[in-house]
Design a protein around this ligand. Sequence first.
Ligand SMILES: *[C@@H]1O[C@H](CO)[C@@H](O)[C@H](O)[C@H]1NC(C)=O
Ligand SMILES: *[C@@H]1O[C@H](CO)[C@@H](O)[C@H](O)[C@H]1NC(C)=O
Ligand SMILES: [Zn+2]
Length: 362
Amino acid sequence: MFSSSSLLLAQLSLLSAVLASSVTCNSPIPSSQYLHDIPSWQSQNFSCTGSPAIHTIRNSLGKGLGVFATRAIEPGMVIFHEAPAILIHPPEFRDGVGYPLSGIAQLIQSAFDALSADRKAEVMSLTAHYTSAEKASPNRDELVPIFRSNAYNSGQQIGLYPKIARINHGCRPNTSYLWNARLGKQVVYASRRIEEGEELSISYIPLLHTHEEREKRLDQYGFKCTCEACALEKDEKDASDQRRKDIRQAFTDFNSHLTLTVPQSKSGKKRAQEKADASLQLVKIVEEEELADYYAQIYRIAAISHAKVEAWPAAAQFALKSYQIYLMADEQSEQTIEMQMLTSSFIESWNNHLRNKAMQKD
Ligand SMILES: *[C@@H]1O[C@H](CO)[C@@H](O)[C@H](O)[C@H]1NC(C)=O
Ligand SMILES: *[C@@H]1O[C@H](CO)[C@@H](O)[C@H](O)[C@H]1NC(C)=O
Ligand SMILES: [Zn+2]
C-alpha cells in the first residue's frame, strides 16, 4: 500500500515538475509550404505551436467544406491557433436568446471595414445561414449572417475565425477550443484521438442538451445534425440525452460548493464525502458520453471535492489532469495557474500525510 502510493506520488511530482517547465506538443516542424505562418507564431513565443501541416481543408460529403486530419492526432495536441479576423465586445448577453444582433451589426461592420482586402475576401467566402426575413429582403446584408453563423465566444468577446469556421459541427466533437487572452488567439486542440483522414468536428452550441433541444439550436445554423450522437438508435439516444441532462444538473449542484475548506463537523464531513462521490459519478458520465469539452471542468470539480475529504492522491491526480488541459491553451491563464497551484498543494498535503503516518509508526 505504502510503497505503491509513494511511487505514484513520485511520478506525479516528476510529471508536474516537467509540465511546469515546458509544454511538449509532439508536433512536426511545419512543412515549408506553411513557412509564412511561422514568424507570427514565434514572435509570440508561444511554446506550443502545433502545425498547420496536420490538417487540411477539403470537401466534406453533404457539408460543404470541412477540416481533416492529415495524420493521427493524439488527444491534447494543439492543431492550430488562430487570431480573429473580427473581434467585438457584444452588448449584454440575454440567456437563451443570445446576443441582440441589431445592436452589434454596426460593431461588426466597422471591424470589417478596417480589414485588408484579402482578409475581407476570406471573411466573405464563409458560408452563412439566412433567416427567412433576411432571405426575403431584396438587398440583404451578408456580413451579419456570416458573423452569426460562424462566430465563437472569445473570453468576454465574440470573434470570427475564418479557419475555425471551416470545422463542421459535432455533438460529440473530437476537437475543442480554448481562448488564450494573452495572445488574443483561439487555440484548437484534439480532445479525442483523431485518425489520419478523419474529419475534425467542433461544437457550435452548448452540448448539455437533449438531441431535440440541440436540433432546435442548430436550426439557426440551417442544418440537421447527423453526427454520431444524433445518429444513435432510440435507446442509446435516450441514454445519451439522460446523461447530458444529469451532467448539466451536476454542474448546477456543484457550483456553490466549490471551496477548499475541509469541514470539521461530522455532518459536514458526511456531506463532503457525498460530494466527492458525486464528483466521481460526474466524471464517469462525462467520460461515458465522451464530452471532452468539459473534461477540464469536471477534473477540477473532482480535485477540489476530494481535497475536502483529504483524499490527496485522487485530489492531486484530478488537479493534474485539469491542469494539463488548461496548460495547452495558455501557460499563464488564471485557470492554468489555479490548477498548477492546486496540484502542487495537494501533492504537498499528500506528502505531509505520508510523513505523519510514517512518524506515527515509529
Ligand atoms: C520572445 O523571446 C525572446 C528571447 O527569449 C525575447 O527577447 C522576446 O522579448 C520575447 N517576445 C515576446 C513577445 O515575449
Ligand atoms: C471526429 O469527428 C468526425 C466528424 O463528426 C467523426 O466522423 C469522427 O468519428 C470523430 N472521431 C472521434 C475519434 O471522435
Ligand atoms: Zn449532432
